[in-house]
Design a protein around this ligand. Sequence first.
Ligand code: PHE
Length: 451
Amino acid sequence: MSENRAPSPREQWGSSTGFVLATIGSAVGIGNIWRFSYVAGENGGGAFLIVYGFSVLLVGLPIVIGEMALGRRGAADAVAAFARDMPRSPWRYAGWVAVLGCVLILSFYAVVAGWSLKYFTGAVSGALWKAASEGYGGYYREFIADPLAPVGWLFAMLALTVIIVAGGIRRGIEVANRILMPLLALSIVVLAIYSATLPGSAKGWEFLFLPDWNAVLKGRVIVAAIGQAFFSLGIGMAVFITYSAYIAPGTRIPRAAATIAIGDTLFAVVAGLAIFPAVFAFGMNPAAGPELAFITLPQIFLAMPYGRIAGIMFFGLLTAAALTSMMSLLEVPVASVLHRSRLGRRLAAILTGCVAFVLGIPSALSFGLLSGVRITGSSVFDFVNHGVSNYLLPLGGILVCVYAGWVLSRTEIMSASGLSGTAAGVTWYWLLRLVAPVMILLVVLDTVGAL
Ligand code: PHE
């Protein structure tokens, strides 16, 4: 690790559970609640779910294990993970791709997190429910077009994240996840149970579990499922690499990775069970797209019994889930800055937070002041969102597959993963070497229209 300044003393998670909770916290986010529900809604519900399960198993999970093995082996940060043995090789840029990707994701992700915080505080204060007379379509559009408000909420979410990350791995990130993750799990289950009691909710369950077989083999569904798996697990952005660098001895990578993949998927499904039955019970459109959470759901909350409490829970949940993901997105660049400069953790967190804030302003304003600005035909927000999700995450994923599967020796990566000498290990190795990169490549080629 010639070019790394080793942090002293090295930070570490308090226990394996702390590490697993923090990584699930990173994976479970707006992607599971907001993005999953509309992507599933647009791609045939149950059919999507099946294809999604395979994508997580065959592409997502192998890469999560690969990232964790790299992190434990590199044991410093994203850049070091790819450059440990050959500090001057071009591979060192692979880590920087992830660092840049995290800051870019943070910049638009924090905008949506900010909307969600605004809705949460509105639900608590009651302002959100008074807005009903104008209709939530108008309310939402007016808010996101405001020249100041979305920037203020973006700032608030980033400031919270910076405070937690500045607190350190164990005392900041781990503590926050230990508090927030059980609360999240509890509230999504309560909401799903409540939703199931609404008259007419069975249609929502059918929609999520009864596949329309015609939709399963459609290329569009497969591409959407792999894209969603990438975003939802958060692979390719060195989050697992970075978090695994702080891994406590005795943590078993395969088991941790499986727990994360299952936890993340379950969370998305239960969130779907909270959302779709209610959407059907009130005769709304399940394929309403990104506006489902911010226009359709508030309308439903207003109409259902105890809906205001459900609304507080839902937007609280969305905000907290976003926050635990933002912590990892900030930690990746912070760890790299920390190990490569003389800055302390607190300053590194503040500085990186400021960069994400400045980059986030155009996204926050892209529905109002900057709505006229178009990059290749899309708004700034969509450009960054799609650019990162469709290209940067897959690129990061392929880099992990190639480095772990082809550059490092088989013995080395197998022993780092903790899968040496097992049949599961061989399966994993070939999924990582061949299946995952080929699938990712197909998805990217399809996205650019080359197929
Ligand atoms: N997985 C997070 C979500 O679903 C988003 C994320 C993407 C987090 C990439 C980290 C890295 O909301």
